[in-house]
Design a binder for this molecule. Sequence first.
Ligand code: FAD
Length: 317
Amino acid sequence: MKVSEHIQKAEKTLISFEILPPLKGKTINSIYDHLDPLMEFKPSFINVTYHRSETMFKKKTDGTFEKVEVRKRPGTVGICAAIMNHYQVDAVPHLICGGFTKRETEDALIDLNFLGIDNVLVLRGDAAKNESSFEPEPDGNRYALDLLKQVVNLNHGVYIEDDIKNGSKTNFCIGVAGYPEKHFEAPNLDTDLMFLKAKVEAGAEYITTQMFFDNQKFFEFAKACKENGIEVPIIPGLKPISSKKQLSLLPKVFHVDLPTDLSSAIMKCKNDDEVEKVGTEWLIHQSKELKKAGVPVLHYYTLGKPKVIWNVVKEIV
Ligand code: FAD
């Protein structure tokens, strides 16, 4: 079932989870081990992130280096199919522009369609590690909006090869990303919202947000969306803090602020076990307040921390 249908039919705030594909070399059981304890909360859907290749230099026996492209976390499409089959729960694969041509994306969409997966979250992706700013593939999509238009085209039976007449139509429900604290490259929130609105007008049916630790920022973002004519459901993305190093890592990597109350409490912790307790309490409080405000879904980035998420969600459902 589509995310949009889950939301329309819901009588209360839903729960969803997000996972990363395991590093290459691991089995699908690492995904099941991660998700098994969380399934008691009956998530409506599970998102699986998408990852591009990275350029690496491998030392050869003669001492010189060979440049290789390595995709460390492949398997998103297969994992989504496995999750749907194993748990009978809907899976939402992420799709990104970065590192993929439009043709590769079309092939992935055809695979998803054949597998009965009718949800996608479309994203641009970040710059490759060896690039200072995002560069699309020569025949790739530049913005999430372009990727979204490609999916919408396929939903209308329009394929890249224009000699495909009466192509079968896919039926993807499309989600996009939104940033309560603004995307880091956007000159200001208004401009970011203008591009977010363009994604919604082009066919996005809901927005999932970047993580945030101050609910007020989410509420202000939701209000600003409404004032700008963005009416689709907005799903808050939530992440637990469980280590001291995240104090500087999260702002650096995700461009989000931590409220002073939270950062002060974490700084007082003697070790990461204490940080995990503070992070868990904080996330429980955030979740309860968001639920009370009537958000459609609480979406948890589980990212290697299923136990913490379990401790939070058991207090919410
Ligand atoms: P876009 O919507 O394309 O926006 C990117 C920037 O360009 C913004 O600053 C925007 O304001 C601007 N912009 C947009 N359209 C235009 C235009 N037409 N002209 C000029 N400027 C424009 N990354 C991954 O690699 N894999 C994942 O699985 C993944 N999952 C994510 C899930 C969520 C919920 C979120 C919030 C992020 C995720 N990311 C993922 C990270 C995401 O790819 C990055 O944040 C990326 O930098 C931006 O992606 P976007 O889809 O928001 O881009």
